[in-house]
Design a protein. Structure first.
Length: 94
């Protein structure tokens, strides 16, 4: 039970960060009951993805939106994060 409360607190903290930064959060998640992914691992994965999206969204001057979609497709769990960002030209990598 404490583990569930901790995970919920982490998710709530990210939602509060988005709210504080005027970021709209659109969440559409279908998490399968039978999965080999531990709740703690999923929390870390989503936390990292959402932290990156929040950071990128902070630099956008127009509507700030983060979308999270999670679906099971056959034996795979598909996670999609969409957010607006500022394009930067990258030189010298190739």
């Amino acid at each position: 039970m404490d583990d569930l409360i901790s995970r919920q607190a982490a998710i709530d903290a990210l939602k509060n960060q988005m709210s504080d930064r005027n970021i709209t959060f659109d969440c559409n998640v279908e998490f399968p009951k039978n999965t080999n992914i531990a709740g703690e691992d999923m929390c870390v994965i989503l936390g990292n993805l959402l932290d990156n999206a929040i950071e990128a969204s902070e630099h956008v001057n127009d509507a700030r939106i983060i979308g999270l979609t999670m679906r099971r497709m056959n034996q795979f769990l598909i996670i999609q994060i969409m957010n607006r960002c500022i394009e930067k030209e990258i030189r010298g990598l190739f």
